[in-house]
Ligand binder design. Structure first.
Ligand SMILES: [Zn+2]
Length: 388
């Protein structure tokens, strides 16, 4: 059935002409390239019970986004690179797929999930947000479709575990096999050799992995104003990097920080009373990691954000968690963050001068980064209690 859906979408794409003449004007049409995707059963299951088993099979995860595109005739996709071969048997060369929604001339927000292949709550929640974006007549959805270009890589890593390969002797990546690379330890400029023999292994060198190179390819091609990298396991929490050498990123992060609380309030995001109800702030200044993708994106001028959207509690058999991710508080929180990011960078952005007097960066951190290399600079933004 999945293959049938896949073929329908591809044949539709193949039949689409590159340019359509309409009433004397010319507009581009969507050409959706043929993709090499895993077939059901091709990605080895792990032996860890339900803990790492997503609600949507990994093999179907990209196709579920293709279904959004075809169902709502909204968006487009492209391959930004190929997966690592791992020990799947042979070299599958699966496409790492990026979906593109909205106005190509709008402010760009890029989001990925599954960089750690076992952290599928982010995939589940983001898919609901993108479905809302594609289908809703809400003013927020309409505004984003008009003013933003939203780039989504739903499966940055096809592996079921934390690395891009099978890995020896850890309970968290139980399929066994050969050593793999933890992709969120692999990126320049904050890369360093670490974790050999564990599922935090950073790889032989910075940006060594195909998956890392695919994301870098997308950053270099599209220059997203905001890059959001979604995880689970120690949250909810948010880490943000914007570099002082990119004033636009500094402006954008302040704008997001200003917008988020009011949008959370409008959406009724909860602070207590159900699972995962902790408030989501946009507080920069918590620790940053070595080789994180958010820092790679920030080094190219984006606001780089790592979101841990759920704490260390994993249970794919829990229907309440699934509801929470798809329509409950976690959905509302991610939606609020997404709307804030989109609005902060939409094509009619606020000028920096309109922000003056409301928020500013903490000069002692921003301007005198003697404790950090600039590449690793973690900015902390604080609200002025007494603007002057
Ligand atoms: Zn993670």
């Amino acid at each position: 059935m999945v293959s049938a859906v896949f073929f329908v979408s591809i044949s539709k794409a193949v039949e689409s002409p590159a340019v359509i003449q309409t009433s004397g004007s010319v507009r581009s049409s969507t050409v959706r390239p043929l993709l090499n995707l895993p077939s059901p059963g091709e990605i080895p299951p792990n032996s860890g019970g339900s803990r790492w088993n997503p609600w949507i099979d990994k093999e179907d995860s990209v196709q579920a986004y293709q279904d959004i595109v075809t169902t709502y005739d909204f968006g487009d996709w492209e391959s930004i690179g190929k997966s690592s071969s791992g020990s799947y048997g042979g070299d599958p060369n699966w496409d790492i797929v990026m979906f593109k929604f909205g106005n190509p001339n709008g402010g760009i927000v890029m989001i990925d999930t599954d960089l750690h292949g076992n952290e599928y709550y982010g995939y589940q929640c983001l898919k609901s947000v993108i479905t809302w974006l594609a289908s809703s007549s809400d003013a927020d959805a309409v505004r984003i479709r008009q003013n933003n270009y939203v780039l989504v890589v739903p499966v940055a890593n096809y592996r079921q575990g934390r690395t891009n390969w099978n890995i020896h002797s850890t309970n968290d990546d139980p399929a066994g096999g050969d050593l793999g690379v933890n992709l969120n330890r692999n990126f320049s400029p904050s890369w360093s050799a670490m974790g050999s023999g564990t599922d935090s292994y950073s790889g032989v060198s910075a940006d060594s992995e195909r998956e890392s190179q695919a994301l870098i390819n997308a950053w270099n091609t599209y220059h997203p104003r905001v890059y959001l990298n979604i995880h689970q396991g120690v949250g909810p929490s948010v880490m943000v990097t914007a570099r002082s050498t990119f004033p636009q990123a500094v402006e954008d992060v302040n704008a997001i920080d200003t917008l988020l609380p009011q949008i959370q309030s409008t959406l009724g995001s909860l602070t207590s009373g159900q699972e995962n109800s902790a408030w989501w702030g946009f507080n920069a200044g918590s620790s940053y990691g070595q080789g994180y993708s958010k820092d790679g994106a920030a080094s190219r001028g984006s606001v780089g954000v790592l979101l841990e959207l759920w704490g260390n509690e994993w249970n794919s058999d829990n229907a309440a968690y699934k509801t929470n991710l798809e329509s409950g508080n976690t959905f509302k929180q991610l939606k609020a963050m997404f709307i804030s990011m989109c609005r902060a960078v939409e094509s009619t952005t606020q000028s920096l001068s309109t922000m003056t007097g409301q928020w500013h960066h903490q000069d002692s951190v921003l301007m005198t980064p003697m404790h950090f290399s600039d590449a690793n600079l973690q900015l902390k933004f604080v609200k002025e209690t007494d603007p002057s």
